[in-house]
Write a protein that binds this ligand. Structure first.
Ligand SMILES: *Cc1c(COP(=O)(O)O)cnc(C)c1O
Length: 356
C-alpha cells in the first residue's frame, strides 16, 4: 500500500477532451484546455491572477526570477528538496531558519536574526497545508524591504481570514504533481495579486517571447501542455467528493490513534501526519506489513551534502527534533477501514501510553 493514490478521472471523459485537442491539433501554447483550467483554478483558489506551469519546481524558479531576487534568501529546512534547490538554481544562497514546534512552518521570531545586507527575500512553506504566520512574515518583509514567496505545494484549498492562501506574499506556488490532492500528472501554478507581475511571470514561462520578432527577457520553457490541462479539468470536479472521503478517513485515524500518538492538526486534506518519538520503529513495522508510510520531511534539506556546510544549517534544533518524529500515513479516498484499523493497531503496539 502506498502513501497516496492519484485522483483518476473516468477514461472516457478524458478521451472526450482529448478528442477536442485532436480535432484542433493544438497541443500546447495557450490552448483552450489551458485557458479554461487557468480560469477555473483562479476561481477555485480564490486568487486574482494565476499562471499555469509544467511543474511546481519550474514555477518556483520563475517566481524567484520574476522578483529579481539575488544574494541570500531565508527559507526553511523542513520541506521538500525543491524548495532550497530553486534558490540554488537562481545562484542564491539558501539561509536556513528554524521552524515552530507546533505548526512546523518557518518561525517568524527567528527570521530577523538571519537578515544580512545580502538578504532579498523569504521563501516559506505552508507545511502540510498549514499556513505560515503570514501577517508576521509580511510585517518583517515590509520593514526590511524583502520579497515574500510561499511554497504552497501542500496548501490547495487552504484559506486564511476567508481569503485564498495564494493571496498572501508576493507570489505563491501550488504543485499539481500526481501525489498532490489536485493534480495534472505533472504541473503547477503561480498566483499573485499584481497584474504587472503576472505579465512578467507569463513572459518568463515562455522564453520571454512577446511576439514573433520580440523577446523581452531571458525566459525558460515552463508551459503546461493541453494534455495536462485536460487532465486537470477532469479532476477538478472530483475534488469535493475526494475531500469528503478523506475527512472521514482522518476521523477514523483520529478515533483509533488519538490517545496513543500525537496527531498533527491540518487545514486541508493533503496529508495525515502523526508525531511520535518511536517513529522509526513504527515506520519499519508498517513496512514489514506492506504499508508504506513516509518520513516527511526527513532528512532535513539542511542535512543534504550540498547544504550541510552552511552555517545556518547548524542552527535549526527544532526542525532537527521534528524531522525525527513525523510520519505521513497512507491517506486517500479509497483507503479501506480495515487497512486503517490494521495500520493503527501496529502504531499503537509501539507507542507508550503517555501520548508519545
Ligand atoms: C511537491 C512539492 C514541490 C515540487 O513540486 P513539483 O510539481 O513536483 O515540481 C515543492 N515543494 C513542496 C513542499 C512539495 O511538496
Amino acid at each position: 500500500m502506498t502513501l497516496t493514490k492519484p485522483l483518476t478521472p473516468d477514461l472516457s471523459s478524458y478521451t472526450r477532451r482529448l478528442q477536442s485537442i485532436w480535432d484542433k491539433q493544438w497541443f500546447t501554447n495557450h490552448g483552450d484546455q489551458h485557458d479554461e483550467l487557468e480560469e477555473a483554478l483562479s476561481y477555485h483558489l480564490n486568487v486574482p491572477y494565476l499562471s499555469l506551469f509544467n511543474n511546481g519546481t519550474i514555477a518556483l524558479i520563475v517566481a524567484i526570477k520574476s522578483l529579481r531576487l539575488s544574494g541570500e534568501v531565508i527559507t526553511t529546512p523542513f520541506t521538500f528538496a525543491a524548495t532550497p534547490h530553486v534558490l540554488t538554481w537562481n545562484n542564491i544562497r539558501p539561509v536556513f531558519c528554524d521552524i515552530c514546534d507546533d505548526d512546523m512552518t518557518i518561525d517568524p521570531n527567528c527570521i530577523e536574526n538571519l537578515i544580512t545586507p545580502d538578504t532579498t527575500g523569504i521563501l516559506a512553506v505552508h507545511v502540510y497545508g498549514n499556513p505560515c504566520s503570514v501577517h508576521q512574515i509580511q510585517e518583517i518583509a515590509d520593514r526590511y524591504g524583502l520579497k515574500v514567496i510561499y511554497d504552497a505545494a501542500h496548501a490547495f484549498g487552504t484559506s486564511v481570514d476567508g481569503k485564498g492562501i495564494g493571496r498572501y506574499g508576493d507570489i505563491s506556488m501550488f504543485s499539481f504533481h500526481a501525489t498532490k490532492l489536485f493534480h495534472t500528472a505533472e504541473g503547477g501554478c503561480l498566483t499573485t495579486n499584481d497584474p504587472n507581475l503576472k505579465k512578467r511571470i507569463d513572459f518568463l514561462c515562455n522564453f520571454g517571447i512577446e511576439n514573433e520578432e520580440t523577446v523581452v527577457m531571458p525566459g525558460i520553457n515552463g508551459k503546461m501542455n493541453e494534455l495536462q490541462a485536460a487532465l486537470g479539468l477532469e479532476i477538478l470536479p472530483l475534488l469535493e467528493d475526494e475531500i469528503k472521503k478523506r475527512k472521514k478517513i482522518r476521523e477514523l485515524y483520529c478515533k483509533y490513534l488519538s490517545p496513543h500518538v500525537g496527531i498533527v492538526a491540518s487545514r486541508n486534506e493533503q496529508y495525515f501526519i502523526i508525531r511520535t518519538k518511536v517513529r522509526d520503529l513504527i515506520y519499519d513495522a508498517l513496512k514489514t506489513q506492506g504499508i508504506l508510510a513516509r518520513k516527511y520531511f526527513y532528512p532535513l534539506c539542511s542535512e543534504f551534502p550540498c547544504y550541510s556546510h552552511y552555517q545556518s544549517a547548524r542552527n535549526v534544533p527544532v526542525a532537527e527534533k521534528v524531522s525525527k518524529e513525523v510520519l505521513a500515513l497512507p491517506f486517500y479516498g479509497d483507503l479501506e477501514e480495515s487497512t486503517i484499523k490494521e495500520t493503527c493497531k501496529i502504531i499503537i503496539r509501539f507507542s507508550t501510553s503517555t501520548g508519545d
